[in-house]
Design a protein around this ligand. Structure first.
Ligand SMILES: [Cu+2]
Length: 155
């Protein structure tokens, strides 16, 4: 019985700290995004608080595969620009984060990371027009089909 109680206690504490972590990362100026070896982002939406001057996304790759096999990044752009940016990704190559250097359609593009790695990318919320629809996606060739989500501007 004591062991059961102890286990429940551990679960409770773990759950509690997870909630604190989730709240901090989910609605502040720092957002968490997790990618994996199944070519997926865990989060399908990222909420951007428009009172933040700068938004930072921490991209974590929770898988094990290296960049060459399952490298991911995160790119922020207008929804209407996503397919055009993605179409240029193979030519741009991994050394350019799979985006064409100087591409004005790209609001932010992170480094490309492999399993077990993480990276930050930041952008100014002033670059976003609340009347438009924005997305985040992985620019590795072909990945956007599976790896995309909505960037929601909160008033
Ligand atoms: Cu990817």
């Amino acid at each position: 019985m004591q062991n059961v109680l102890r286990a429940i206690g551990v679960l409770f504490v773990t759950g509690l700290s997870f909630n604190v972590w989730a709240n901090n990362e989910g609605s502040g100026c720092e957002l968490q995004l997790e990618a994996n070896d199944r070519m997926q982002f865990v989060q399908k939406q990222l909420m951007v608080d428009s009172t933040c001057e700068t938004v930072s996304i921490l991209l974590k790759h929770s898988g094990k595969l290296p960049v060459a096999a399952m490298g991911h990044n995160v790119v922020v752009a207008l929804e209407s620009d996503m397919q055009g940016i993605a179409a240029d990704s193979f030519k741009a190559g991994v050394a350019n984060r799979f985006v064409t250097p100087g591409d004005k359609r790209v609001i932010a593009a992170s480094d490309v990371i492999g399993g077990g790695e993480s990276t930050w990318v930041s952008f100014a919320t002033g670059l976003l027009d609340p009347a438009q629809r924005y997305v985040f996606f992985c620019a590795a060739p072909g990945h956007w089909v599976m790896m995309k989500g909505e960037l929601v501007m909160l008033p």
